[in-house]
Write a protein that binds this ligand. Structure first.
Ligand code: ADP
Ligand code: F6P
Length: 320
């Protein structure tokens, strides 16, 4: 393996720059030529690629977003699109590719690997933490901390006014941001897609919590778990309480990556480059039980859904 490229694809996440930087610098250290591809698979198809040196990634480690930019690329889901992408790699004699992205990006990586023999290493970059083969994805820790910052602010003002607050956070199919931020922020109720919830029981509980001396309550809702307008309408109907809603939105996707995401990015990038140097088959890099792991892509993507039931079961108890 002499030449490799790196790209970011799908939704951005804090820590992607740290992963690009570590990939580039470690690859150079290992004697490889390394190329940066702009805008994910779109850039690969369009030939938006350039050779990187150590300075190409200077002053990026602390920045959120991705210096390579990212995209969603419908053309790449077709074999003709992937053929064009491979032509770009072939024109530069690039045989290894590091893809930093989520589930969809890895399905694309798998197809490129199977059809054209490109050795692809996937580094999980998504705030949702929705890849089952790895305990953590890049960006999750930072996004949870951003969410905690929002919860802290809401607690201040909601407490002053004796209000009930609902904060909607990201997570279409995965409630990890809601769960971890809910526990760490002391929320009374955490609503996630993995667990059915009973809004009437929440209403009864809010009423009884007032009898226990609670003057303010916080609900954290993962966006994929329910409709916030319907939830607050039901609470109003059942309790007479007007819930103040906040949608954190893309604020939780940006911001400077924290220590956990920067260090994880470095460890995963080193593993990805080492495997490319060894001419390993394509793999997805992850972390399990604090160890960096690399699974065959098929196996990794087929892993059953994981959810921390234990943590979920105490979320409400700890707020009583
Ligand atoms: P993420 O990687 O964050 O899950 P997406 O699901 O949007 O983001 O996927 C990113 C890109 O990966 C898509 O725009 C598309 O180019 C490519 N992709 C997604 N699914 C597939 C697939 N099944 N086959 C080939 N390419 C895919
Ligand atoms: O990165 C994952 C995610 O943040 C989801 O939680 C969210 O629904 C989605 O991306 C929104 O992404 P975009 O606005 O870029 O389509």
């Amino acid at each position: 393996m002499k030449k490799i490229a790196v790209l970011t694809s799908g939704g951005d996440a804090p820590g992607m720059n740290a992963a690009i930087r570590a990939t580039v610098r470690y690859a150079l250290y290992k004697g490889l030529d390394v190329y940066g591809v702009e805008r994910g698979y779109t850039g690969l198809i369009n030939g938006d690629i350039s050779r990187f040196n150590s300075r190409s990634v200077s002053d990026t480690i602390h920045k959120g977003g991705t210096m390579l930019k990212t995209s969603r690329c419908p053309q790449f889901t077709e074999i003709e699109g992937r053929r064009l992408a491979h032509e770009t790699l072939a024109a530069y004699n690039i045989t290894g590719l590091v893809v930093i992205g989520g589930d969809g990006s890895f399905r694309g990586a798998k197809a490129l690997s199977d059809e054209f023999g490109v050795k692809v290493m996937g580094i999980p970059g998504t705030i949702d933490n929705d890849l089952n083969y790895t305990d953590y994805t890049l960006g999750f820790d930072t996004a949870v901390n951003t969410t905690i910052w929002a919860i802290n602010s809401l607690r201040d003002t909601m407490g002053s006014h004796d209000r009930v607050s609902l904060l909607e956070v990201m997570g279409r199919g995965c409630g990890d941001i809601a769960l971890y931020a809910g526990i760490a922020g002391g929320a009374e109720y955490v609503i996630v897609p993995e667990v059915p919830y009973d809004i009437d029981a929440i209403c009864r509980d809010i009423k009884s919590s007032q009898k226990r001396g609670k003057t303010s309550n916080m609900i954290i809702l993962a966006e994929g778990a329910g409709n916030k307008e319907e939830i607050v309408a039901r609470i109003k109907e059942k309790t007479g309480i007007s819930v103040k809603t906040t949608t954190l939105g893309h604020i939780q996707r940006g911001g400077s990556p924290n220590m956990a995401d920067r260090v994880l990015a470095a460890r995963m990038a080193v593993k990805a480059v080492d495997l490319l140097c060894e001419e390993s088959d394509s793999r997805l890099i992850g972390i399990r039980n604090k160890q960096i792991i690399a699974d065959p892509i098929d196996e990794a993507l087929a892993m059953p859904k994981r959810f921390n039931e234990e943590l979920y079961s105490v979320a409400h108890i700890l707020s009583l």
